[in-house]
Structures are given as C-alpha cells and as structure tokens.
Design a protein. Structure first.
Length: 231
C-alpha cells in the first residue's frame, strides 16, 4: 500500500513558483562571484592574478567551506552612474585557517565602486547573524496596507483643508505606494543595503544555521533579550 499523500495542483504550482524564485538567488550569487563575467577573469589572468574568491578558497583549510556573507550587497542601488555594485566590491565571510574560525574581508578589484528598514530587519538588536529567504519580507507594513493608509490620510488632510480630491491622482498615488513598499520589502533590496547577511535557498538554511550557531558560541553568550541572530 502506498501511504505517500497525494499532492494537488496547488502544491505543485506553489513548489514550482518558489523553486523559480530561488533560482534568482543563484543568479545573484553568480553576478557577485563573477562581476564583469569571463572578460574580467581573462584580464586578471593576463596580469598574473586570480579572482578574489579563488584566493580565499586557497587561504582557508582544505576540505572546509568559506561561509560567505552579504553576497547580495550593493545590487539594485540605482546610483546615478551605476545600477549595481556587486557585493559592494568586497568578499566577506567566515572560514577556518589552521582549524580556527577567522573573518575574511577582501577587495574585489573587478568592482570599481563603494558600497528605513533598518529597525525592522533586526540590526538595532546587534545580532551576530541575520539571514533571509525568498519568502521573507522586511517592512513596517505590506504594500497594500501602506497604500490604503497613506491614501486614507491624504483624503483626511484634503477634507480638513476643504479641498476636492483628484481621484485619478489619488489612485495613482496609492499604486505608487504599493509598488514602493512591496519593492523595498524584498530580501534582495535589504541585502543590497546590508540589512542581513544573505538570502538563502531553503536547502542551504540548515547548514547556514549550523555554522551561525558554531561561530556564535565561540564567544560567551551575554545576557540579552534579543538573541544572537535572527532568521
């Protein structure tokens, strides 16, 4: 007898949706790993140099992983001169050297640039690590809630001032607020601003938690109401 529960179309559609969403994480990691693509790798090779992450992998102990943080930093900043600053021009993370955990911070010579959800993301509580997934959102409220509240306030202010409301303009304003709050709640938007250490695929969460616990416990846990990392 087959005891495996049947999975309906809704489950499969949901699964396909989130798998497709997680592909965006891998695409972002690829952009962070190879800014400028093969052309920049070839340029380094001609100069007798290696990509920064390759050097880091040679630095850390053999058969250990470099636990990179904030790979999505610097993406989607929309500066006047550039859209993205991959990983804010840095490769940062944790690795073991001679069996001891060390923090690694290295410049990526291929990136020529530097790098209001702060409170909501948890940084103010000084956790040692913050991670997110594609399903996570960081915002004071949802886009639809923000749009409704802000347009309600606009109506109230207009009524108090004895002014007529331009319904078309108000509808456009609400749409703009919904899009703004929705976009700025996305994990990539917040990772770009270093509000968390990285957006992880679900299958990577267990290993990330294990590493975070191990590193956090290297230092005595102080009295705190906030914990040491947020997931």
């Amino acid at each position: 007898m087959n005891s495996t529960p049947e999975k309906d179309d809704g489950y499969e559609n949901n699964r396909k949706h989130w798998l497709a969403e997680e592909e965006k994480i891998y695409e972002l990691w690829e952009k962070a790993e190879n800014p400028g693509g093969q052309k920049q790798i070839d340029r380094l090779k001609k100069q007798g140099k290696k990509p920064v992450r390759e050097l880091i992998r040679q630095l850390v102990d053999v058969d250990t992983e470099f636990f990179e943080l904030s790979r999505g930093a610097g993406f989607g900043l929309n500066y006047e001169t550039t859209q993205d600053v991959p990983s804010a021009g840095l490769a940062t993370g944790l690795g073991k050297v001679h069996g001891k955990w060390v923090m690694v911070i290295a410049n990526d010579s291929r990136v020529k640039a530097g790098a209001a959800n702060y409170g909501m993301c948890g940084r103010a509580y000084e956790p040692r690590f913050i991670f997110n997934t594609m399903r996570g959102r960081t915002s004071v409220m949802s886009g639809s809630t923000a749009g409704h509240i802000l347009t309600t306030l606009e109506r109230a202010n207009a009524k108090r001032a004895g002014k007529e409301m331009d319904e078309a303009a108000l509808e456009q304003f609400e749409k703009m607020m919904v899009e703004k709050y929705t976009d700025e709640a996305h994990p990539f938007y917040n990772e770009a601003r270093l509000y968390h250490e990285g957006t992880l695929p679900f299958k990577a969460c267990r290993d990330a938690l294990a590493t975070a616990f191990e590193v956090s416990l290297l230092k005595p846990i102080q009295e705190s109401h906030f914990g040491n990392f947020k997931f």
